[in-house]
Design a protein around this ligand. Structure first.
Ligand code: MTE
Length: 418
């Protein structure tokens, strides 16, 4: 191609690289590159008109970006989990269609006109709200992460699953729109001795959790929208409870009832499940808050380094149930030396933070790790440090440091260095 247009484009590319300090060794403009020299169909033909996709979907070229489950984990998909593809995401917001799902009795398809939300127990006036009633209360918009307490549970005894989607993908981070629970409790008028609530779901598992009144009045939301649209059925349409910073199991979906009481109920999900069996044979209970945690999402086993040695971007996410993330440190040598990563994007309490570490990869093997420090000063521990305190039986609350082994080929494997 000899036209002036192409010469000026080449000058622009070369000029651009010089100005930016040429961090990436871009290929010289190849006159025989068919992606440039041949006219592509999308430049030749009309594309679809408006209304072909009245509710838009991602490009067909990213069809591999999806939630995935681990088939051998559960006997059926109705009581199971799938995982957020963290290695495919940017920024801090999880797209609604990629939020991991955890159901105990499948997805309840609640008809909104038949939806009712009840408050009963130690209240002045027992009340029932329709969806429309709830939408007449003042509402708030808040971005929070939801992490299942079992996130990383399969890794407690050693590295097992090859991909951050599976080791860390029981987390999502979206903007909720909802009514502060304290407004609804005020409406019902809580009695003097009321100190706990029981939240109950309308699905066939009738999921229930006890929550201290102090948390219920502080920051819980009765949410009906996520990322600007109605909750997805998988996430509890039409209404779910939002319990910022606390384990995902308490975020009751398809919320149908809140009972007010003066003591916890000790139901299944807070006794035989979601407690941590210690070496003594006793179980730690009410471990609600999610500790600070981080993971490098790229590179990672499902997202190897796909270029030769040179400038590389390491990226990941960090979060804490107790506040914001103050710093993230990155190690390239299995925790011997640590450097500061750059946090970019909004830093909000109980929300995911995005970090980057840019470096020149010399083509050598690396053991990459990240370590989060939250606004309380808490430092994410190694897996061994966790086991020293909690022993070997735990499933829940594994916030230990993750190691990825980057091979000379750029492939990445899940290993443990503790
Ligand atoms: N609420 C009801 N009603 N039924 C459920 O099965 N699963 C809980 C919680 N709320 C569940 C529920 C668990 S264990 C988790 S981790 C979160 O919902 C998962 O939320 P998600 O499916 O939006 O990711």
């Amino acid at each position: 191609m000899k036209s002036n247009k192409n010469h000026s484009r080449r000058n622009f590319i070369i000029g651009g690289l010089a100005a930016s300090g040429s961090v990436v060794a871009a290929k010289a403009l190849a006159a025989d590159d068919p992606a440039i020299t041949e006219k592509q169909p999308w430049s030749n033909e009309l594309g679809d008109g408006v209304d072909v996709r009245p509710y838009g979907l991602p490009s067909k070229f990213v069809a591999n970006v999806k939630r995935r489950n681990v088939e051998w984990l559960t006997a059926s998909t109705e009581s199971s989990v799938n995982f957020t593809p963290l290695h495919e995401l940017e920024g801090i917001i999880t797209p609604n269609g990629l939020c991991f799902e955890r159901h105990h009795a499948g997805i309840a398809e609640v008809e909104p006109t038949k939806y009712r939300f009840m408050i009963n127990g130690l209240v002045g006036k027992e009340m029932v709200f329709s969806l429309q009633d709830l939408k007449r209360f003042p509402r708030k918009n808040k971005i929070y992460f939801l992490e299942c307490a079992a996130n990383g549970g399969m890794e407690w005894k050693g590295s097992q699953l090859n991909g951050c989607q599976f080791t860390h993908g029981m987390i999502h981070n979206v903007m909720y729109t909802g009514v502060p629970l304290n407004l609804l409790l005020q409406e019902a008028g809580i009695k003097k001795n009321a100190s706990w609530i029981l939240a109950e779901g309308a699905d066939a598992s009738a999921m229930t959790r006890s929550i201290p009144m102090s948390k219920a009045l502080d920051d819980c939301l009765v949410a009906f929208a996520m990322n600007g649209e109605a909750l997805r059925p998988e996430q509890g349409f039409p209404v779910r409870l939002v319990v910022p910073g606390w384990e995902g199991n308490m975020w009751i979906k398809w919320l149908r009832r809140i009972e007010v009481g003066d003591k916890p109920w000790h139901h299944r999900e807070e006794t035989s499940k979601y407690t941590d069996l210690m070496e003594t044979g006793k179980a730690r209970r009410f471990s609600w808050e999610m500790d600070a945690k981080s993971v490098i999402t790229n590179p990672s086993p499902q997202a190897p380094i796909n270029h030769a040695r040179g400038h590389t971007i390491l990226s990941g996410i960090a979060w804490s149930g107790r506040g914001t993330i103050k710093a993230v440190h990155v190690s390239l040598d299995g925790g011997k030396n640590w450097r500061s990563a750059r946090i970019d994007g909004p830093s909000m309490k109980q929300s995911v933070h995005r970090f980057y570490y840019e470096f020149d990869w010399n083509g050598q093997e690396l053991l990459v790790q990240s370590r989060a420090i939250d606004s309380t000063g808490y430092v994410q521990p190694t897996k061994n440090a966790l086991r020293r305190i909690r022993g070997g039986n735990s499933i829940y609350h594994n916030n230990g440091i993750q190691t990825w082994h980057i091979k000379k080929s750029g492939e990445v494997e899940n290993v443990e260095v503790s």
